[in-house]
Design a protein around this ligand. Structure first.
Ligand SMILES: Nc1ncnc2c1ncn2[C@@H]1O[C@H](COP(=O)(O)OP(=O)(O)OP(=O)(O)O)[C@@H](O)[C@H]1O
Ligand SMILES: [Mg+2]
Length: 258
């Protein structure tokens, strides 16, 4: 479904090059749930941006369904790390944008948006504006805005980072349910190793910048997962310990410097 081949990306600033991602080789199968974890600044968002077609690789190529991504990739829904809610639109107005663009009628838009607004726990806030919401609530509006559009592939960049632990579990569970029922392909970036193992069928660990894929670990747990109890299982502990070993090496220098 998605294929990164020898992808590197650098940015230029004051005549200097900053290498953000280096030699990324990765294939994501249709219907797969891949989680991505790595130190801050290692290029995770850059990789999603290239997949969404918002940035071009400096070297190598990104393909989506065997086609070169060469402009905005309209088959993916992208929940970016920073939200881009329109301040002059209400929660409902923001959630319905994608449906409006598709020319879907008012009645159907309202029905669809209401169901996703409820799903993310924001019933009663339909007529609020983004500036009247908390950070976590804004993230949930962004999630509803992406899901209502029903894209075949979801790119999620730290979607649940600003949420409290309880709400996070509920939304992780909902996302898994959507994935199981629809067979969507998902790339999910997180800073939280627990979350990476709980959700992913495979977990890709990035090294510190310039980010390259250090390890891809399979999580041999059933597709139908219970996020509330999974942490107790042997497989979870095994994969977690294994990945932590790999991840902590990327932080050793920073930790030693403290
Ligand atoms: N548009 C841009 N222009 C210039 N440099 C950029 C741009 N986007 C990213 N970078 C640089 O590329 C590197 C990787 O950034 P990126 O946002 O991909 O990291 P990240 O892994 O998503 O980090 P975090 O976990 O903190 O979100 C950083 O050094 C960043 O400064
Ligand atoms: Mg990022």
């Amino acid at each position: 479904m998605i294929e990164f081949t020898n992808v590197s990306k650098y940015f230029e600033r004051d005549g200097k090059r900053v290498l953000a991602a280096k030699d990324i080789n990765l294939k994501i199968n249709q219907g797969e749930f891949l989680t991505v974890i790595g130190p801050s600044g290692c290029g995770k968002s850059t990789v999603l941006n290239m997949c969404a077609g918002l940035m071009k690789p400096s070297f190598g190529e990104v393909k989506y369904k065997k086609q070169l991504v060469n402009g905005i990739n309209t088959s993916v829904g992208y929940m970016t790390q920073k939200d881009n809610l329109l301040p002059w639109r209400t929660v409902r107005g923001n959630v319905e944008i994608g449906l409006e663009i598709r020319g879907i009628g008012k009645k159907e838009r309202e029905r669809e948006s209401a169901s996703f607004i409820e799903m993310v726990g924001l019933k009663g806030f339909e007529n609020h504006y983004p500036q009247e919401l908390s950070g976590g609530m804004r993230r949930r509006v962004s999630l509803a805005k992406m899901l209502v559009y029903n894209p075949e592939t979801l790119l999620l960049d730290e979607p649940f980072g600003a949420l409290d632990a309880q709400l996070r579990l509920i939304l992780q569970d909902k996302l898994l349910q959507i994935w199981q029922e629809t067979g969507k392909t998902i790339i999910f970036v997180t800073h939280d190793l627990d979350e990476a193992v709980l959700l992913g069928e495979r977990v890709a660990v990035f090294s510190k910048r310039p980010g390259t894929i250090k390890k891809v670990e399979e999580v041999k747990l059933p597709k139908k997962r219970d996020v509330y109890n999974l942490r107790m299982t042997d497989e979870f502990r095994k994969v977690h310990a294994n990945l932590w070993q790999s991840l902590r090496e990327e932080f050793v220098e920073e930790v030693n410097a403290v």
